[in-house]
Design a protein around this ligand. Structure first.
Ligand code: IMP
Ligand code: MG
Length: 186
C-alpha cells in the first residue's frame, strides 16, 4: 500500500470535470461527422489513454471498433520519455484498410507518438490520425500533426483522468497539477 496524502501531491485543478466532459463530447461529435462513412478503428495507448477512450467512444455515434497497445520508452525516467519506444503489448487486430485514430492522453516531447505512428504506418491503415486529450505544446521536440486536441496545457506535470503520478491517482475525475517535487513511494 502506498502511504501518501493526496493533498501533499496535488496542486490546483487545471481542468474540472464539466469542462473535460464538454470537450470530450465536442471531440466525439467532430469525429462522428468526419468518420461517418469510414471504417473507424480507435487505437488506445495504455495505460494513460484508457479513461479518455472510454468517454470518447461513448461520445461517438458512428460505428467503430477499438483496440489497445502498450509501449514503454527506453530510458530517462518515469516522467520523461526518450527517443525510442518498445512495444510491450501489440494490437490484437490487423489495421490494414482501417481508418485509425490513435487515442492518447498527453503529448509531451512527442517522441512516444512519433514512434508509435511510425510503427502503425508500416501496417497500411487506410488513414491514420491522432486524438489527444492534452497537448503540452511548449515541450514538443518532434513535429507531428495532431488532428484532434482536447486542451493545450502549460508545461506542468499533471495527473488524473487516466494520467498518473508514479502509477497512482489515475482515477481522479479531473486534471490536477502535481506539486513541484512531489512523488509517491510504496
Ligand atoms: P512524450 O513521448 O514525451 O510525448 O511523452 C508522452 C508520455 O509521457 C505520455 O503518454 C504520458 O504517459 C507521459 N507524460 C508526459 N507528461 C505527463 C504529465 O504531465 N503527467 C503524466 N504523464 C505524462
Ligand atoms: Mg501515455
Amino acid at each position: 500500500m502506498p502511504n501518501f496524502n493526496p493533498d501533499d501531491v496535488l496542486g490546483e485543478v487545471l481542468i474540472d470535470e464539466e469542462t473535460l466532459s464538454a470537450r470530450v463530447r465536442a471531440l466525439g461529435k467532430r469525429i462522428s461527422a468526419d468518420y461517418a462513412d469510414k471504417n473507424l478503428h480507435l487505437v488506445c495507448i495504455l495505460r494513460g489513454g484508457v479513461v479518455f477512450l472510454t468517454d470518447l467512444m461513448r461520445a461517438i455515434d458512428t460505428q467503430h471498433t477499438i483496440d489497445f497497445m502498450a509501449v514503454s520508452s527506453y530510458g530517462v525516467g518515469a516522467r520523461e520519455s526518450s527517443g525510442q519506444v518498445r512495444l510491450t503489448m501489440d494490437l490484437k487486430e490487423d489495421i490494414s484498410g482501417r481508418d485509425v485514430i490513435l487515442v492518447e492522453d498527453i503529448i509531451d516531447s512527442g517522441n512516444t507518438l512519433a514512434n508509435v505512428l511510425e510503427i502503425l504506418a508500416t501496417r497500411n491503415p487506410a488513414s491514420l490520425t491522432v486524438c489527444t486529450l492534452l497537448d503540452k505544446v511548449e515541450r514538443r521536440e518532434v513535429d507531428i500533426d495532431l488532428t484532434y486536441v482536447g486542451f493545450q496545457i502549460p508545461d506542468k506535470f499533471v495527473v488524473g483522468y487516466g494520467l498518473d503520478v508514479d502509477e497512482y491517482m489515475r482515477n481522479l475525475p479531473y486534471i490536477g497539477v502535481v506539486k513541484d517535487g512531489a512523488f509517491i513511494t510504496e
